[in-house]
Design a protein around this ligand. Structure first.
Ligand SMILES: *Cc1c(COP(=O)(O)O)cnc(C)c1O
Length: 358
């Protein structure tokens, strides 16, 4: 007798996170290791969020508010949408999973880019969907190419803007035209995990303004990046009431924990921290661009907190050599590594070690 596993999960691979700092320290006998591998906020998080967590510590015996009432209200008020259009989740990660579970039936086609956030494809396969993968052009989403792949089997389309791991963005004009051309029974998910970092004026800054015209649109945001709350696992989705109602049916009853809820509310109210995150990132980006240009290394123009750079040598090798020297980055493919923008001090250390390695 053998145990039967669903065939859909047979070829899936478990997510391999980067090595934690403490493991790298131990392995190479290093005192100091900097991690520029996971697009984390180098400034930490809002002090207000920490205080909110402190205040909540006396109530750990109580289940979280399963309806995330206060958090929904804070989001709805800040961004001028209805509370019934908002759904917090345990990170955007969980939401990707929930969206796939809500919509994908065996054989449905799901259009996505390559390379982009890996959860889009894994959750598609998990549900028995058929991923239709459209290569990036110049490290940027090819929305025309994605449009051409639409068939009567298309169920979902994933957009990530700006994109991870390339950092590139597409403009408001491009998004306008794309949304207009997609049939309204196909759900378009717009993942803007890095939108708080965008500097360009032609970015679709107010994505929520599309919702009244596009009931097939789902917008995903997270507290993990610019808000610096990655450890707590909290993000939120905004869409039509009908879509939110359906996703809500498959949600775990207490998926967003109490500390995450109170911290997210406090973080939303700390504009100053967000501004500082933006400023430090912009300055770090400018510095790294300058260095890459001096070193004759090509990079993709980034609107995020990370840069995809061509180190002209095997990325895996460079990754290992940097790690030995106490800097963790992410090898992406071929000769490309992704480096998260850190504090200026971290950026300078990264550059020193990179020059050494190259
Ligand atoms: C980091 C990231 C997220 C957010 O992940 P969380 O689960 O909220 O931490 C979502 N989408 C993309 C593209 C990301 O890079």
């Amino acid at each position: 007798m053998t145990i039967a596993f669903r065939p859909q999960i047979k070829d899936l691979q478990a997510y391999k996170p980067g090595k934690p700092v403490k493991d790298v320290k131990k392995e190479y006998g290093l005192d100091r290791v900097i991690k520029l591998a996971s697009n984390e906020n180098p400034l930490g998080c809002s002090e207000k969020a920490k205080q909110a967590i402190q205040d909540a510590l006396d109530h750990l015996n109580i289940y979280p508010d399963g309806n995330t009432t206060d958090l929904k209200e804070a989001i709805a008020t800040k961004f001028n949408v209805k509370t019934t259009q908002v759904l917090p989740s345990s990170g955007s990660d969980e939401m990707v999973d929930q969206i796939s579970k809500t919509f994908i039936q065996e054989g449905d086609e799901v259009i996505m880019a390559d390379i982009t956030f890996p959860r889009y494809i894994s959750t598609c396969k998990m549900m028995g969907g058929v991923p239709v993968v459209v290569p990036l052009k110049n490290h940027t989403y090819d929305l025309d190419g994605m449009k051409e792949k639409i068939t009567d089997k298309t169920r979902l389309i994933w957009l990530c803007n700006p994109n991870n791991p390339t950092g590139t963005m597409f403009t408001k004009d491009v998004l306008d035209e794309f949304l207009q051309s997609v049939p309204k029974d196909i759900v378009v998910i717009y993942d803007e995990a890095y939108q708080e970092y965008v500097t360009r004026e032609d970015y679709p800054k107010d994505s929520l303004a599309y919702l009244p015209d596009y009931p097939n649109l789902i917008i995903m945001r997270t507290f993990s990046k610019a808000y610096g709350l990655a450890a707590l696992r909290v993000g939120y989705t905004v869409a039509s009431e009908e879509i939110i109602e359906h996703i809500n049916k498959i949600r775990g009853p207490f998926n967003v924990n109490t500390l995450a809820q109170v911290a997210a509310i406090a973080a939303l109210g700390d504009e100053e921290f967000l501004q500082r995150s933006y400023d430090v990132n912009k300055e770090g980006k400018r510095y790294l661009y300058k260095v890459f240009q001096e070193l004759n290394l090509e990079f993709a123009p980034s609107e995020t907190n990370h840069i995809l750079v061509d180190v002209k040598k095997d990325a895996q090798e460079i990754f290992v050599e940097l790690q030995k020297r106490g800097v963790i980055v992410r090898p992406i493919y071929g000769t490309f590594i992704r480096v998260s923008i850190g504090t200026m001090e971290e950026n300078i250390t990264f550059v020193e070690k990179l020059q050494e390695v190259l």
